[in-house]
Ligand binder design. Structure first.
Ligand SMILES: Cc1cc2nc3c(=O)[nH]c(=O)nc-3n(C[C@H](O)[C@H](O)[C@H](O)COP(=O)(O)O)c2cc1C
Length: 192
């Protein structure tokens, strides 16, 4: 296939696919390894390679589910807690094949600004998402409030922060409609 058409289709057809759409069919370890390997080829200023990943599969998903519910109960004022939200937090990891905690390790030398490290991690995540699309696997980047309370659970190092989770699972083929306003509204051309 023409590689330009392939990359255009891959990028445009990527959609966030949420755990409620996952069908429970296993995603192979080879695909998960490919997702991680492609993350590693993101651009990185001064080669700090700040992306770090904690991969939850199998029983690990139950541990993650329990921990996220525990944190939700702890950080949410009682009057704001709902059974519906608690159930969603609990079942999202269990409906997934794999959940990858997306982390950023700040360079101890602080040789570049923190935002550049976050940007490099986001580039890595896009590589991961596109690898999922190429394999017809669903995924989405989730950034719940619980991520600010995971230091000990994720055994984060000094200078390491969690930026969210990549939920991954197979789904039955169906159309997910993408929505964007025109690029022309966001671009200024300076040509003379
Ligand atoms: C940094 C980042 C954090 C996100 N966090 C969430 C989230 O917490 N919950 C959620 O439903 N979607 C989250 N998303 C996914 C967006 O909802 C999704 O990208 C958006 O709706 C556009 O849909 P599309 O990805 O299918 O194009 C996040 C996306 C990014 C890039």
């Amino acid at each position: 296939m023409d590689s330009t058409k392939y990359i255009n289709d891959l990028i445009k057809n990527r959609r966030s696919i949420f755990p409620k759409s996952y069908n429970g069919k296993p995603v192979s370890k080879e695909i998960i390894n490919q997702v991680l390997e492609n993350a590693n080829w993101a651009p990185t200023h001064k080669h700090t390679e700040p992306w770090r990943f904690k991969v939850f599969r199998g029983k690990g998903l139950h541990k993650l589910s329990d921990e996220l519910v525990k944190i939700y109960n702890e950080i949410t004022p009682t009057e704001k807690q709902t059974d519906r939200k608690r159930e969603k937090i609990k079942t999202n990891p269990l409906k997934s094949d794999t959940v990858i905690a997306i982390c950023m390790q700040r360079d101890p030398e602080e040789s570049i600004p923190e935002w550049e490290e976050v940007a490099a991690v986001a580039c890595a995540v896009q590589n991961m998402q596109l690898t999922c699309v190429a394999n017809n696997v669903g995924c989405y980047w989730s950034s719940p409030k619980t991520i600010y309370h995971l230091d000990s659970f994720l055994k984060l190092n000094k200078g390491e922060v969690c930026l969210g989770f990549l939920y991954i699972g197979n789904y039955d083929t169906q159309e997910f409609i993408g929505k964007r306003t025109p690029i022309q509204d966001k671009v200024s051309w300076i040509v003379d």
